[in-house]
Structure formats: structure tokens, C-alpha cells
Design a binder for this molecule. Structure first.
Ligand SMILES: N[C@@H](CCC(=O)N[C@@H](CS)C(=O)NCC(=O)O)C(=O)O
Length: 205
């Protein structure tokens, strides 16, 4: 299996899940600095020009964070990365969609790539502020979802790996404050050997 990633991108969360599973995989770095995601050979493999992407042994590609995480959890049941009940599964899907489609794509992407949201340079600061507001509102809701539990669903699941990369971005990239219960979750994630291995492999430790 080949895992396409870029250091410090949202692929970090999938990297954590691959480390949790512990089976061999090949790390394929996509150099965003040189625009490799928009060039051959990557663009033929993934015309979406995005990471994460997972190339499986049968030659088929899986893209989109929630789909990759779901595939990894379902194909490695012994890793216990999903709740057993339908109720638990729909809550994971609900959280994943919110974290990726809203907090990442409508929040952090505005902060990191304001130029994607406006053609006018002078508007970029306002775009970034909207991004910060979206992220802060997101963490408030996620803090309520987490409550006093150690992990979002109680037991560790793929949803925690998504929350982890958002926390990492808030603290290390965007320098945003996060609610205390989210900080506690971040610390628990940082203590997991799989997280430490993923950070080290991406040069982020
Ligand atoms: N909807 C996609 C989003 C993936 C995404 O936005 N990835 C970013 C990195 S965090 C990317 O590859 N960006 C490259 C670019 O837009 O140039 C998913 O769920 O995987």
C-alpha cells in the first residue's frame, strides 16, 4: 500500500491511523513547495491534486479523508478504530463530515490559503478572520461533543485522528487557542506511540 502525504497536511491524521494499524505501508511524499500535486506523475494518479490518497495493492486509489479512514478501519477490524453499534458509526460519520468539510475546508483552508477564496488581495485578511471564526466555533462544538470523555466516542476511533490534525494545525500552524478539554485530548493523542511515530516520520516531532 502506498500512502501519499505532505508533511503537516490533513494527511497527518491518516498517517496516524496507518501507524495505529501497524501494517507495512510505503510513505510517498508529495512536495507541495514545488507544486508536485499539480504535476505528473501525481496528477495522473489523483486528478484531484490532493492528499491524502491511498494506492492499494490491487492498483485502485482511495481519496477523501473520511473514505480512507473508513476503509482502513473496516479492513483492519482488529485495530478497533470504529464503534460496534450503528449509533456509534453514524456519530463517527457525523463528526468526520463536520471536521473535514467545515472545520478544515471552510475554516483552516481560509486561514492557510485565503487566496483560494478571493481574487482581491485586500480581502484576504477578512477571509482569514472568517476562517478563524469558523475554526473557533468548530472547536466549541467539538469540545461539547468530547465532554469529559477521553476520546470523542468514548473509545478511541478514526474521529480522534481527525480531531488530532485539527488540534495540531490550531496549536502549531495557526497559533490559535483551543478549549481546555480539546487541549486535554491533544495531550492524550501526543502520548500515543502511533502519533509520535507519524510526527517523527513527517519531521514534525
Ligand atoms: N476533501 C479532501 C481534502 C483534502 C485536502 O484539502 N488536502 C489538502 C492538504 S490538507 C491538499 O492536498 N491540498 C493541495 C492543494 O490544494 O494544492 C479530503 O477529505 O481528503
Amino acid at each position: 500500500m502506498k500512502f501519499f502525504y505532505s508533511p503537516n497536511a490533513c494527511s497527518l491524521g491518516i498517517h496516524v491511523l496507518l501507524e495505529e494499524i501497524g501494517k507495512p505501508f510505503e510513505l510517498m511524499r508529495v512536495e507541495f513547495a514545488s507544486g508536485a500535486q499539480y504535476k505528473e506523475p501525481f496528477i495522473s494518479l489523483n486528478p484531484k491534486s490532493k492528499v491524502p490518497a491511498l494506492l492499494r495493492a490491487d492498483g485502485t486509489l482511495v481519496t477523501e479523508w473520511p473514505a480512507i479512514a473508513w476503509y482502513l478501519a473496516k479492513s483492519n477490524p482488529e485495530a478497533n478504530l470504529l464503534p460496534q453499534s450503528i449509533e456509534g458509526e453514524i456519530r463517527v460519520l457525523e463528526l468526520l463530515d463536520y471536521m473535514i468539510a467545515t472545520v478544515h475546508m471552510r475554516g483552516f483552508t481560509r486561514i492557510f490559503r485565503p487566496g483560494n477564496f478571493t481574487p482581491t488581495k485586500a480581502d484576504e485578511a477578512a477571509v482569514q478572520q472568517t476562517g478563524r471564526d469558523t475554526v473557533q466555533a468548530g472547536f466549541k462544538l467539538l469540545a461539547e461533543a468530547l465532554g469529559a470523555k477521553a476520546y470523542l466516542l468514548g473509545d478511541y476511533s478514526i474521529a480522534d485522528a481527525a480531531l488530532f490534525f485539527l488540534e495540531h494545525w490550531a496549536v502549531k500552524r495557526a497559533k490559535l487557542s483551543i478549549p481546555p478539554v480539546i487541549s486535554g485530548h491533544f495531550e492524550r493523542m501526543l502520548a500515543r506511540p502511533a502519533v509520535q511515530r507519524a510526527l517523527a516520520a513527517e519531521g514534525l516531532a
